[in-house]
Design a protein around this ligand. Structure first.
Ligand code: K2U
Ligand code: ZN
Length: 169
């Protein structure tokens, strides 16, 4: 297994629309294991393949905060239903050091494939629903800062530059 380097805004690879996965090969299984290892290493709640520079429609999620593990694999995920709106305080591993409020659907139903090739559906609200939406946005080349006002986006960009200078990235 391997821990991958997470890429940061404005890396253009974060802006690509990722390719669907057509076959769950050994290479994909290794990628899933590596993504979980990377996710637990950085103590994130979700990680999308484009965040490690791989433009495939794959995300891994574990919102259990380091307690009992509850790994969730999302291959070719899509939101098939959504309801209401809610305001969330959001951050992103590819925009480190920046948190802000964004408005998203309050409840979503997701359809995805797991690592065994089985299609499943899952409902989510709260952090899970937020995470589903955030991760699928990554697969479409979108970042949560796109949901901010132009002024807040400018502020986020300067906070990110400060973070990168401090962390030598
Ligand atoms: O995809 C990501 O960038 C990971 C996000 C996933 C997430 C987004 C919205 C709501 C819940 C989860 C991060 O896990 S957010 C938390 C975070 C941020 C920076 C460093 C560590 C953890
Ligand atoms: Zn993110």
């Amino acid at each position: 297994m391997a821990i991958h380097k997470i890429i940061y805004l404005p890396d253009p690879r974060l802006r690509l629309v990722s390719e669907p996965i057509t076959e769950i090969t050994d290479e994909i299984q290794t990628l899933i294991d590596d993504m979980f290892e990377t996710l637990y290493h950085v103590r994130g709640a979700g990680l999308a393949a484009p965040q490690i520079g791989i433009n495939k429609r794959l995300s891994v999620i574990d919102i259990n905060n380091g307690q009992t593990r509850n790994p969730l694999v999302l291959i070719n995920p899509e939101i098939i239903e959504s309801k209401g709106t809610a305001v969330y305080e959001e951050g992103c591993l590819s925009v480190p050091g920046v948190w802000d409020k964004v408005t998203r659907a309050a409840w979503v139903k997701l359809r995805a494939t797991n690592r065994h090739g089985e299609v499943y559906e899952m409902e989510g609200d709260g952090v899970l629903g937020e995470c589903f939406q955030h991760e699928i946005d990554h697969l479409n080349g979108k970042l949560y800062v796109d949901l901010l006002s132009p002024l807040k986006r400018k502020l986020a960009r300067s906070k990110l530059e400060k973070y990168k200078r401090l962390h030598d990235r």
